[in-house]
Design a protein around this ligand. Structure first.
Ligand code: SAM
Length: 275
């Protein structure tokens, strides 16, 4: 396991993922009934931007560094949470963003396999009765920990994409999960380095007839150089009512800040499979 999210926290693709994640969590909060969030690849929960890792890449400067000051419009809820978490010293990961939006009876379950990152995560939420932290393989956990006892909530699947076959694994997991936990929302993040792998991912979901999938994609530039992270997507199965429109507004608000006029920059929300 070579990937450490501390090098990348707050980069442009993290920002897109987290702004959309906040919108999904807010949709869950619209109903009084308790919900659960399962974050299968959790990272360490919160990132110090003055750390050696974050300083070495400086990626956050071209991501959250460009939008954190925004206080109005579709990004305001997300940027407000980031500032409340301690930006510019700290950038919150998906666990901290989810934790901030839990109500009294909601639950958060975190899985992280890297031994050091798991230890950091576990100590971060020690004593928090609403958060459970597992050192557990994400792909195994997603089978074991769903459906949720609350019968509603969100599974966030956010692999590092450092192993071959992670798109295929995500597609197969989504297919099984949709079958077993029809009421759950599933969000799976993916990188766009070049166009072929995400297209194959969408085709796999169509072939498996995974119902009601949309995808929200942000392209920072034309994806012609596959050695670069040129954009990202968030595949959402069983999206909440109105989420597609909200996602369009969020990505359109991010695009001019994150892409800054690069050729081929674009954003889109596309239906992949029918309801
Ligand atoms: N979701 C986090 C966020 O948005 O703040 C970032 C997660 S990072 C992209 C992916 C994480 O998955 C890394 O911390 C890595 O150690 C962990 N990981 C990799 N393979 C895993 C596996 N099979 N099971 C659980 N965690 C895994």
């Amino acid at each position: 396991m070579n990937y450490r999210h501390a090098f990348h926290a707050g980069n442009a693709c993290d920002v897109a993922k987290h702004a959309l994640l906040v919108a999904l969590l807010q949709a869950l909060r619209m109903k009084a009934k308790p919900f659960r969030v399962l974050d299968t690849h959790a990272g360490i929960g919160s990132y110090v931007l003055a750390s050696a890792e974050a300083e070495r890449t400086g990626e956050w400067r071209a991501g959250i560094g460009r939008v954190a000051d925004i206080t109005e419009g579709p990004l305001a809820d997300y940027t407000g949470l980031v500032r409340a978490a301690g930006f510019p010293d700290i950038y919150p990961g998906s666990p901290d963003l989810a934790r901030a939006l839990l109500r009294q009876d909601d639950q958060l379950v975190l899985c992280e396999l890297h031994p050091e990152d798991h230890a950091t995560l576990r100590s971060r939420y020690r004593g928090d009765s609403q958060v459970a932290v597992h050192r557990r393989d994400a792909w195994e956990a997603v089978e074991a920990l769903t459906p949720f006892p609350e019968r509603r909530g969100l599974v966030l699947i956010d692999p590092p994409f450092e192993q071959p076959g992670e798109f295929e694994r995500a597609a197969a997991t989504l297919a099984r999960l949709r079958h077993r936990f029809r009421a759950g929302i599933v969000a799976a993040w993916y990188p766009i380095k070049h166009r072929a792998p995400p297209r194959a991912f969408h085709t796999a979901l169509r072939d498996a007839q995974v119902p009601d999938c949309i995808t929200a994609e942000l392209l920072l530039r034309e994806p012609t150089d596959p050695t670069r992270l040129n954009g990202c997507g968030l595949l959402v199965a069983n999206p909440p009512h109105g989420f597609a429109q909200r996602a369009e507004a969020i990505l359109a608000a991010l695009l001019p800040h994150l892409a800054q006029g690069e050729a081929g920059a674009a954003c889109s929300v596309t239906r992949i499979t029918p309801e």
